[in-house]
Write a protein that binds this ligand. Structure first.
Ligand code: G1P
Length: 291
């Protein structure tokens, strides 16, 4: 294989019901974490990992995502006229960031179905998938860490972290064993999407970063509907195991589920505290609260 991973697919067609009513008219991917939409964190991570092309799988009501990454002529000329150089740079930076392609998922039929929609745009090469809800703060971008593993082992790589207790049921869960000599890599032997706590094969939950070989597309074509009556990406990857190696990678960094209210609140506090412009004042404010 030995091909470079150049593309990242962002499934962004989901309904965002966990964040209603905010997501009634705003795509959940556009919810702001401090001052950036959550999808921008994922796009920046992909670019920092050397990805050259971003493919966003959208659906009805998601046009705000396309507008966000597009040139905003009116806004830019107004900022220019008012001499707001810093804001102008921030705005232009978003539209200059990268080449984006969009493909539409007409019905929300599951994550596997969303990835399948990107088949023609990805073509016959290994690619990455980033779930924008999962915002990962890491010393080395999570996808970059995974690309290093992919380049070394030449097999699909799934991000994973330990999830304790019944919360494991919200995830795809890996079964496998640690690769000798690398405590962060496991060779995957099986996986289950959203198991009952007693049936989870391990505490290794799949987190929303994947590097996949193009064979996944033909497998997804024939994968039957799974958990929740949806075409599950996990079930497609399970099929890959029959002919290819799949690895789980315990990434270094902190993951936030920004598609969930509590996860978003935690991310907001942590990201704001780290900001040079906001951190000191925000810290003082938090300290003043009698909790
Ligand atoms: C999806 C995947 C699941 C994975 C999770 C990570 O589930 O189907 O395997 O563990 O993302 O965030 P969702 O959160 O869309 O239900």
């Amino acid at each position: 294989m030995n091909k470079k991973v150049r593309k990242a697919v962002f499934p962004a067609a989901g309904l965002g019901t966990r964040f209603l009513p905010a997501t009634k008219s705003i795509p959940k991917e556009m919810l702001a974490l401090v001052d950036k939409p959550i999808i921008q964190y994922g796009v920046e991570e992909a670019l920092a990992a050397g990805i050259e092309q971003i493919i966003i799988v959208t659906g009805r009501g998601k046009s705000a995502i396309e507008d966000h990454f597009d040139v905003s002529f009116e806004l830019e000329s107004t900022l220019e006229r008012r001499g707001k150089k810093e804001l102008l740079a921030i705005t232009r930076n978003v539209s200059n960031m990268v080449e984006l392609s969009y493909v539409r998922q007409k019905e929300a039929r599951g994550l596997g179905h969303a990835v399948l929609m990107a088949r023609d745009l990805v073509g016959d090469e290994p690619f990455s998938v980033i779930l924008p809800d999962d915002v990962i703060d890491a010393p080395v971008p999570c996808l970059k860490q995974m690309l290093d593993v992919f380049n070394q082992l030449q097999g699909s790589v799934l991000a994973t972290q330990i999830v304790e207790g019944p919360a494991i049921s919200a995830y795809g869960v890996l079964d496998g064993k640690q690769v000798a000599g690398n405590a962060r890599v496991m060779e995957v032997k099986g996986m289950v999407e959203k198991p009952k706590p007693a049936e989870a094969p391990s505490k290794n939950a799949i987190i929303g970063r994947y590097i996949l070989t193009p064979k996944i597309f033909e497998l997804l074509e024939k994968t039957p509907l799974g958990a929740g009556g949806e075409l599950q990406l996990t079930d497609g990857i399970k099929g890959l195991l029959e002919t290819e190696k799949v690895y789980g990678y315990i990434f270094e960094g902190t993951r936030y589920d920004a598609g969930d209210k509590l996860g978003m609140l935690k991310a907001t506090v942590d990201f704001a505290l780290k900001r040079e412009d906001l951190g000191p004042q925000f810290r003082e404010y938090l300290k003043s609260l009698s909790l």
